[in-house]
Structure formats: structure tokens, C-alpha cells
Design a protein. Structure first.
Length: 375
């Protein structure tokens, strides 16, 4: 059965979605295909071939759905995410400016705030990031991309809410970000904090790249940088290196680790429990809605099925869907509270067209899975 034979969204409804900023379309001059109009109608009506896809419709139909799906620790955030497209600003500086800042940072004495472990230099991603081509190769997805901008802003909202809750109890807070990249999250967090709040918050970046951490220190996105290969450290090491942590971030990191659930359970979780810290993070959804519809109709299949998982050209080693992530958070890691939301639902298997608000109603088809947990 061809997609084009199915019901597509009306032009009137399409205009309404555009005007509400629910749609993210970088190039509006490129017309929507009939297939994408069908996917939009699926998202708008909440039904795919008669199957309810929204959280409310799934529960109403009596189908099983893990309690953590769609759960948010701070309810006010849901209303904010439903009303703001969150794609209006760049989340990083230009690659030219970043390369220049790295060269400048190399000349500074950062020894007091930059700890460098020998294991970091051996990592494949410890590149010369003063070279613009290396920045583009590793971080191209962060430049002018509304999908990642929304993911970062949602993660920042979770982090800031956690920080403020911690400040109410302790009058200070420490946030540790594993793999901060070019610090889009830190930039977003700092913008949200008042000057008084920022003085009470210590931000620590963990990365294999000395260059990246020096850049973060130079731009004051972080207060301390620790260059280590986290795959070569265990919970006892983190006890010594990071005696304090209230919010811990693993965003777009776990998919790069072999057997990530076991690795995290053995090497990170014991340290996290002693800190009584909140975990926030994000991972790609292994099968997204645009890919799922293509699979059902036989038009195409997601890249995870087209090439071997252990392909040397693919640096993703751990794949998760919403249900497997929910099981990992609750049954494997044992968080007493946890939740999964999504930044948006893509309406193209390849491309940036997306329904920004659909991720809140259809987490299972979300582009990225944003998660949180409290031990």
C-alpha cells in the first residue's frame, strides 16, 4: 500500500501548524512531499493505520506503556515546551571563533582549573581542534540546527530546575557534564541563571580533549575541566576526582559506549548514588517515526538495519528505543524516579523537517530521547 494513497494533512491545517511554530522547516520554499504530508497527518490526528500513537491514545486503548514515558520532574516545563519552539538562536559560536579561542587558551596558564590525565591523549577524539575542519567533522550537527537547539534547551531547562531545587537545600550546586562538546548546554544554562545563582554553581566539564576544555575555561562556560578517558576509569576514580556532584549530564554520550547500560551501572552509578545526584541526558531514538513508517510500508529502513552495528565507520555502539531506555532507567539502573520526553518528531528520515511539539505526545517516535533520573 503506497503512502500517497493514505489521507494527507489539509493545506488549512498545515498553515495553522506553521503559524503556531509547531513545525520546524529550515527551507520553507521546498514543498512538502505527499509522504511527509501523510506523516504530519499521523502526528496531528494521533493515529497511524488506526493505531493510537500519542501517550493519551495509547493509554486509552489499554496498551502497555511504561510509567516513565512522558514523565517530567518539573510539570511547569511541559507547558513551556508546548508553547515555545525553542529554535530561535544558535547554540554555539561560529567554528572560526571557537578555533581562535582555542589558540588563545593554549597560551594561558590553566593548570589550576585544568586536570589532564594521560589516558585522554590516547583517545581517538583528542584531536587538534584549533583546525576548523576538525571542529566541523566532529560537531557539524550543532551549527544552525533547530532540532539540536530544542534538545539543548530542554536539557538546560531540566538542569536549571535541578540546580534551583538543589540551591534551596544546600545553597550551592555542582553540575558535571560528561562529554560537553562545544558547551551548548553550559551556554544555555548560564543564560538562564541569575548572577547570584551562577556564583553558587560550579560547572565541571569531563572530556578527552584538552583543547575543548581549555576553550570552555577561556570562555567561562565551565569552572573546571578534567581531561580523562572515562572508559578507563571506575567508580572509585570518580570518588577521588569528583567528590561533589548534584546534577550529572550524559547527553549524546551513551550511544558511543559498548554495552552502555552495564558500563554505566558498574562505573558511574555507584558514584552517582553516593552523591545522591540527579541524572539528565539524551540519546538518539534507534527507530524514529519517519523511519518506522517507511519500515511498515516497505519504502525504506533505518540505517541501523541497512549496515552492521559494528561497522567501523559507525561510532554508535549502543542503540535504544523508548521501551529499552525505560527498562534501563528503572529495572537495570534502579532509579526511584525517572522520565523520558522528546524534543520533536522528524517527518523525514533524512533531513531537518520536524514537528516540534509532537515529541511531547509521541515520545516513542521522537528524534532524541531526553531522560532524567533520581537515585
Amino acid at each position: 500500500m503506497a503512502i500517497v494513497e493514505q489521507e494527507v494533512i489539509s493545506d488549512t491545517r498545515l498553515n495553522e501548524l506553521n503559524n503556531s511554530a509547531a513545525l520546524y522547516i529550515p527551507d520553507p520554499d521546498i514543498p512538502l512531499t505527499e509522504e511527509n504530508k501523510y506523516i504530519l497527518n499521523v502526528l496531528d490526528t494521533g493515529f497511524f493505520y488506526g493505531i493510537p500513537i500519542s501517550q493519551e491514545n495509547i493509554r486509552a486503548a489499554g496498551l502497555p506503556l511504561s510509567h516513565v514515558i512522558g514523565q517530567v520532574p518539573f510539570p511547569s516545563l511541559t507547558n513551556r515546551w508546548r508553547s515555545e519552539p525553542l529554535t530561535g538562536s544558535n547554540i554555539i559560536e561560529s567554528f572560526e571563533d571557537i578555533a581562535g579561542s582555542i589558540l588563545k587558551a593554549r597560551k594561558l596558564d590553566l593548570k589550576g582549573n585544568l586536570i589532564v590525565d594521560p589516558s585522554a591523549a590516547e583517545h581517538i577524539e583528542a584531536q587538534d581542534f584549533s583546525r576548523i575542519e576538525e571542529l566541523i567533522r566532529h560537531f557539524f550537527y550543532l551549527e544552525n540546527d533547530g532540532l539540536h537547539a530544542r534538545r539543548i534547551r530542554m536539557l538546560a531547562d531540566l538542569a536549571v530546575s535541578g540546580i534551583r531545587k538543589t540551591l534551596e537545600v544546600k545553597a550551592k550546586a555542582t553540575i558535571v557534564n560528561f562529554g560537553p562538546g562545544l558547551f551548548p548546554l553550559e551556554r544555555s544554562i548560564i543564560k538562564e541563571l541569575s548572577e547570584e545563582e551562577r556564583q553558587k554553581v560550579r560547572i565541571i566539564g569531563i572530556d578527552v580533549s584538552k583543547d575543548i576544555l581549555a576553550y570552555g575555561l577561556e570562555e567561562r562556560y565551565i569552572d573546571q575541566g578534567i581531561a580523562i578517558d572515562m572508559k578507563k576509569k571506575n567508580a572509585e576514580d570518580y570518588e577521588k576526582i569528583l567528590p561533589e556532584a548534584d546534577i550529572v549530564v550524559f547527553a549524546e554520550v551513551l550511544e558511543h559506549i559498548d554495552h552502555a547500560s552495564v558500563f554505566f551501572a558498574n562505573r558511574i552509578l555507584p558514584w552517582l548514588r553516593k552523591r545522591n545526584a540527579m541524572l539528565i541526558g539524551s540519546i538518539p531514538n534507534a527507530v524514529q517515526l519517519a523511519e518506522y513508517i517507511n519500515m511498515i510500508t516497505g519504502i525504506n529502513s533505518p540505517h541501523q538495519l541497512r549496515r552492521p552495528i559494528f561497522d567501523d565507520t559507525n561510532d554508535h555502539h549502543s542503540f535504544h528505543t523508548v521501551s529499552s531506555l525505560a527498562e534501563m532507567l528503572t529495572k537495570i539502573w534502579g532509579f526511584r524516579e525517572a522520565g523520558i520526553v522528546s524534543n520533536d518528531v522528524r517527518i523525514e528520515a533524512n533531513g531537518n523537517r520536524a514537528h516540534l511539539y509532537a515529541g511531547l505526545d509521541c515520545v516513542t517516535g521522537g528524534d532524541r530521547l531526553i531522560f532524567w533520573g533520581i537515585v
